[in-house]
Design a protein around this ligand. Structure first.
Ligand code: GDP
Ligand code: IMO
Ligand code: MG
Length: 481
């Protein structure tokens, strides 16, 4: 038994003989025998843009070296795709490591629709995958009334163009109740009297809001007794299946025993509630800091590991709000071509995604907010054969050049992109590229990738050239750094 020498963990751990070579040994400043794992233990995957950058594919790729994959924010607004040997899986709540049989954790920063979660687990079981999922007792529950309120509030806002084009999953209203200290937590479902008390306080308020403010007729979604019966039942299932955990402790213990953790961000930096294009944002923090607050692991631990920004090689957007590099008007046919080729239709809602050129000021902002140690750039295959490829390199605003995004969305809307043009690359056999590696990428695609990495002053860890796990060119596995 050795005292673990790693800031923020501070637990004793046994290290097996088989693992011994993975550690360096030394005496810490108190003279205790101490060990530190040589390989990095946590990798945090973060969306760098507007969501749907292909995070699921990288979580799946690097999940092979993880023991545990943990979501730290968001809920079933996420739609993460994993393709393994042509078999496609769309995951909303079950962490993407499930396809690799890794333990999945939904951290305290998540909002959980338990019906969706159970459905997703059942669907995966029907396909021969039996995911092991643990849910933080501190995570908040998306209740049926949250989904109803999400819809009616979006309708109300649409008159003034303030609707965010939400996924309608009740995400915003659930986080609102969390911040308002009237939410229902997963742990509350395990205790009938607490659940009853919480529901009796909150449900009449929600009912009054729906009926008196929004003037709608409400049903069982706003009935305390109906909700109590349903959620007490769900609490029993959670208990019987031992699905709930004190996530911070669970994950800390995993780290303490030398396990690798992969933190799976949902959404993306520009739709982060704090760092995104407010109010056209989601209601959580997809940025890397969220991995600490959303799991109970100290920021020092997250920061000792790797933080990898996932980038789509152009922009796609499923919500509303400004988008300076959007392909519109005479560029609409180009947007259609990219949309078709990249299958740019929402995973969750099926909506056609808006398309734009890569926006470097948005990425510089993401680099600053997340401190990426490396990046993965996806969808290089989708841009093949275009006549020309553009990148919004900087903005012009009030006659000045700007290299990052302004802090308000209204000012962002006034930014005029200043484009750089890149030479196109041909369509090639992308599966061959996936197999043969970086040097087999068309040279113009290499120039494009190297420009992005240089502008962000970071390293290219992987390049996506297709949806399948085999279609990713890996330069660095962050767990091996
Ligand atoms: P996520 O939410 O960030 O996990 O991304 P989504 O799964 O919502 O959207 C990404 C889509 O692009 C999915 O259909 C993926 O299978 C697919 N995809 C991921 N990487 C690549 C890539 O490099 N090339 C192509 N053509 N598709 C990709
Ligand atoms: P993944 O994890 C892309 C967008 C919605 C809307 C805004 C708020 O698959 O990348 P919400 O339902 O969260 O209150 O909607 O955020 N949005 C996403 N866009 N990818 C996602 O997730 C998204 N999750 C939410 O379209 O504009
Ligand atoms: Mg998605």
């Amino acid at each position: 038994m050795f005292r673990w020498h790693s800031p923020g963990i501070g637990v004793s751990a046994t290290i097996s003989d088989a693992d011994i070579e993975s550690y360096v040994w030394f005496k810490d400043r108190n003279g205790f025998e101490a060990a530190q794992r040589i390989a990095c233990m946590s990798v945090t995957i973060v969306g760098s843009q507007l969501g749907d950058e292909g995070k699921g594919a990288l979580v799946d790729l690097w999940g092979g070296e993880a023991d545990v994959v943990s979501r730290y924010q968001g809920g079933d607004n996420a739609g993460h795709t994993v393709v393994e040997n042509g078999e496609e899986y769309k995951l909303s709540l079950v962490p993407s490591g499930a396809i690799r049989n890794k333990i999945g954790v939904l951290g305290n920063g998540c909002v959980v629709n338990l019906d969706t979660l159970f459905d997703e687990i059942d669907t995966l079981r029907d396909r021969g995958i039996d995911p092991e999922v643990r849910i933080a007792r501190r995570a908040h529950v998306i209740m049926p009334y949250h989904r109803v309120l999400d819809g009616i509030e979006e309708d109300a806002k649409s008159d003034s163009d303030l609707d965010a084009g939400t996924t309608g999953r009740g995400i915003g209203p659930t986080y609102e109740d969390k911040a308002g200290r009237r939410g229902i937590r997963v742990g509350d479902l395990l205790d009938r009297s607490t659940l009853r008390e919480r529901l009796e306080y909150v449900v009449p308020q929600k009912r009054a809001l729906a009926e008196k403010v929004f003037d709608i007729d409400v049903g069982a979604q706003f009935d305390t007794d109906v909700l109590f019966d349903k959620y007490a039942g769900i609490g029993e299932r959670l208990r019987e299946e031992s699905m709930t955990v004190n996530a911070g402790k669970f994950l800390n213990d995993c780290l303490g025993s030398g396990k690798n953790i992969l933190f799976e961000g949902a959404q993306g930096t520009s739709i982060d509630i704090d760092h995104g294009i407010y109010p056209y944002v989601t209601s959580s923090n997809p940025t890397a800091g969220g991995a600490a607050t959303g799991t109970g692991i100290g920021p020092t631990v997250i920061g000792q590991g790797e933080v990898v920004g996932i980038i789509k090689s152009y922009l796609s957007r499923v919500g509303t709000g400004p988008l300076p590099t959007e392909l519109i008007d005479q560029d609409e046919p180009l947007a259609d071509a990219i949309r078709e080729r990249g299958s740019e239709f929402g995973t969750v809602t099926g909506r056609p995604r808006r398309i734009g050129w890569l926006d470097m000021p948005m990425l510089r902002h993401a680099q600053r907010a997340n401190g990426f140690t490396g990046i993965a750039v996806n969808h290089i295959d989708v841009l093949a054969e275009l006549e020309t490829i553009k990148v919004g390199h900087s903005y012009e605003l009030d006659g000045e050049t700007r290299m990052t995004m302004p802090a308000t969305t209204e000012r962002w809307n006034e930014c005029e992109p200043v484009y750089r043009t890149f030479d196109p690359w041909p369509d090639v056999s992308w599966s061959d590229v996936g197999e043969a590696g970086y040097s087999s990428l068309p040279s113009n695609a290499q120039a494009y990738l190297e420009y992005i990495a240089a502008e962000l002053d970071t390293s290219l860890y992987a390049i996506g050239v297709g949806p399948d796990r085999a279609d990713t060119v890996e330069l660095t596995n962050p767990f091996d750094r």
